[in-house]
Design a protein around this ligand. Structure first.
Ligand code: COA
Length: 285
């Protein structure tokens, strides 16, 4: 990609039309499922934030968040992040999220939340490994009957609610790219692991809900889009991962990292007492 990249805040309603075009190009949703211009107008007027990524003068992507309260704590909830397909993979998504962090810090807040589909491994890699979020909340079929948000016919719209503690030492290290990036953790116990079936498909094995280890892995698919022709296999992986995460979140564990490789794994860790979802107030450091 050739061109000068700039990130800047968008506040003018004439610029918001471009955000609708990007949503259409990225998600291919029908108009009813797009966030409209008037929502961006009122939301940015009332403390919301839209940052646009420009390549030269062309709007190539954006991130949108709004003020929210999570577990009694003021935060920003990041609802949309999108980069036009032709500009993906060049670092714009990362730049938008780090710029969002800087702006939300200026507002005096220390938490940004968002949701994403746990079967989308690239997004998991971005969220956990690159940005340093943690997750301790599973939202089964969160958007219900919205066909465009499903991974396939009849597949529930499960989401993970992630927390980005933007003032924490861990996120500061990620921002400075000082985090160790290539640890081999494949020796860890696994609550979920795939196996090659006789028909050649890669299937989820039995889930292990008896682990007591402080840290373990749960496998997920590397590329869920490659499974679009076999929605029942997506459903099997989704329900296995759902069982594992719901079970261990309820026992004080959280996802703290993601390993993206030939095989992809969530890294799940026991959180210190008082830092679990049950404590009511997230205190992430
Ligand atoms: C998600 C999205 C915004 C990322 O933007 P992008 O400009 O393509 O991403 P970047 O080039 O900045 O990469 C950011 C991180 O994403 C992950 N990532 C991107 N491409 C990847 C790939 N091919 N394989 C694995 N991880 C990948 C990595 O963690 C990467 O960080 P790294 O370069 O430090 O390893 C963009 O792909 C997009 O618009 N996707 C469709 C909409 C969507 O999924 N929105 C997010 C919902 S949570």
């Amino acid at each position: 990609m050739v061109g000068r990249v700039t990130i800047r805040r968008l506040t003018d309603r004439r610029e918001f039309a471009g955000l609708v075009d990007i949503q259409r190009a990225v998600w291919k949703h029908p108009d009813l499922d797009l966030t409209p211009v008037h929502q961006f107008c009122i939301s940015t007027f009332m403390g919301g934030l839209v940052l646009g990524a420009f390549v030269d003068e062309e709007l190539a992507g954006f991130v949108y968040s709004f003020p929210a309260i999570y577990n009694g704590k003021f935060c920003h909830h990041s609802h949309l992040l999108a980069v036009l397909p032709q500009f993906q993979g060049y670092g714009l998504g990362k730049k938008l999220k780090w710029a969002q962090r800087r702006e939300v810090l200026k507002m005096g807040l220390d938490l940004v939340t968002w949701t994403y589909d746990p079967m989308q491994s690239r997004n998991a890699n971005l969220n956990f490994h690159t940005l340093g979020v943690i997750c301790r909340r599973y939202l089964p079929d969160f958007y219900g009957e919205t066909p465009q948000l499903r991974l396939g016919p009849g597949i529930p719209t499960d989401r993970l609610l992630v927390e980005w503690p933007i003032k924490s030492a861990r996120v500061q290290k990620k921002a400075a790219e000082k985090e160790e990036r290539s640890l081999d953790l494949s020796f860890l116990p696994k609550a979920l692991e795939g196996y090659r079936a006789e028909d050649g498909s890669y299937r989820p094995g039995p889930v292990n809900l008896k682990l007591k280890a402080p840290v373990f892995l749960a496998e997920t698919v590397r590329d869920v889009r490659a499974l679009q022709t076999v929605p029942e296999l997506i459903g099997d992986w989704q329900s296995a991962l759902r069982r594992v995460l719901n079970h261990y979140f309820g026992r004080g564990y959280a996802i703290i990292d993601f390993i993206f490789g030939e095989q992809c794994y969530y890294l799940i860790k026991q959180m210190p007492a008082g830092k679990t979802q049950k404590s009511g107030r997230p205190e992430v450091s």
